[in-house]
Design a protein around this ligand. Structure first.
Ligand code: GDP
Ligand code: FE
Ligand code: FE
Length: 199
């Protein structure tokens, strides 16, 4: 695994070492899986494979950051975060607030990559090709094993937008079953990407 020095001032070895030291081995393997799947989806959708592979690799960089660090980052006025984020939890924070740690630690300032990281858990009403690639790759990477993952892979490899729609419907079903609090953006995204044409 090698990342070209296009999007960070860090070398590929430095990036990989920082990513590895910020998470446990299982999460690291997930990130490798997302990177490889993002590369494959990029090829299928005529997108920059190197950029997709890097965004996929770092998407969960902040997944295991302590809660206090997220809260401090949200509260720091210099970061400009919406204070409503404090009403949510790390499930939402590791992407939206995680982009701040990625910019700071991994020296990545490319807006397209940072936006894809921000949107990777909740999705959004507007999604760029890279947003969709990272969102979907996260869901279908080879280590994922849940009822429906084979269908998700089939749908996503056939059509990226359908992959986004399938994933949002599946995630919402899962969250509703758990009576979990749902981030409004997730519902708004569902209404854009998952609704059948005739509805
Ligand atoms: P991961 O970081 O690779 O585990 O995957 P994600 O970043 O996609 O998701 C992390 C968790 O957030 C998953 O368990 C999702 O079900 C959950 N999640 C996604 N959207 C929402 C939401 O709107 N509300 C809540 N509470 N959880 C969500
Ligand atoms: Fe994540
Ligand atoms: Fe992930």
């Amino acid at each position: 695994m090698v990342f070209k020095k296009t999007y960070s001032t860090l070398s590929s070895e430095e990036l990989i070492a920082k990513e590895k030291s910020n998470m446990d081995e299982q999460r690291f393997q997930h990130c490798i899986g997302v990177s490889e799947t993002a590369r494959k989806l990029a090829r299928l959708n005529h997108y920059d494979e190197e950029k997709a592979a890097l965004a996929g690799f770092i998407h969960d960089y902040a997944k295991q950051v302590p809660v206090e660090e997220f809260i401090a980052a949200i509260k720091d006025p210099a970061n400009g975060f919406d204070q409503d984020l404090l009403n949510w939890n790390r499930a939402i924070w590791h992407g939206i607030v995680g982009s701040h740690f990625i910019e700071r630690d991994l020296k990545i300032s490319d807006d397209e990559i940072l936006t894809a990281i921000k949107r990777h858990t909740t999705a959004d009403v507007t999604m760029t090709t890279l947003d969709k690639i990272v969102f979907v790759a996260d869901f279908i990477e080879p280590h994922r094993d849940f009822p429906g993952v084979e269908t998700a892979r089939k749908v996503a490899f056939a059509n990226l937008d359908d992959g986004v729609g399938f994933e949002l419907a599946h995630t919402l079903e899962f969250l509703v079953k758990q009576r979990a609090k749902i981030y409004p953006k997730t519902i708004a995204a569902y209404n854009v990407w998952s609704i059948k044409k005739e509805n």
